[in-house]
Design a protein around this ligand. Structure first.
Ligand SMILES: [Cu+2]
Length: 132
């Protein structure tokens, strides 16, 4: 009797743990709709207008990039520390805090020079140059 009760409790705990693991996995996927498209950041220059920028080692890589109007850039935070992608002059919306493996996608529809930084670590800087 007692052993049966223990078994039931143990299996209930196991089921809860499995459900929790599943939920946390799927919510991570759901929170990153762009993540499925970005792959491992090896799409630099492979598409005509899709570019990947890694945030790694407290820097943007590549820090400076030149793209055509209409290009989409995807930043991926590969650090364990949170980072942001924040326009120096507010010309594009800030990413807010990006946790590990979070991505931020932006399409640049105007030509110009767009300097940006990480609002948590102001020494992290990058520049997007958008050409016609
Ligand atoms: Cu940062």
């Amino acid at each position: 009797m007692n052993q049966n009760k223990m078994l039931r409790i143990f299996s209930a705990v196991a089921v809860v743990a499995m459900v929790l693991a599943f939920v946390s996995c799927s919510s991570e996927d759901g929170g990153n709709p762009a993540g499925s498209n970005t792959g491992d950041g090896d799409q630099d220059g492979t598409g005509e207008d899709d570019f990947a920028i890694s945030i790694i080692g407290f820097s943007f890589s590549p820090a400076n990039i030149t793209v055509k109007v209409g290009a989409t850039l995807t930043w991926t935070n590969m650090d364990s520390a949170p980072h942001t992608v924040t326009s120096d002059d507010g010309r594009f919306a800030s990413s807010g805090n990006l946790s590990t493996n979070d991505t931020y996608r932006l399409t640049f529809s105007e030509a110009g020079t767009f300097p940006y930084h990480c609002s948590i670590h102001p020494s992290m800087k990058g520049t997007i140059t958008v050409e016609l």
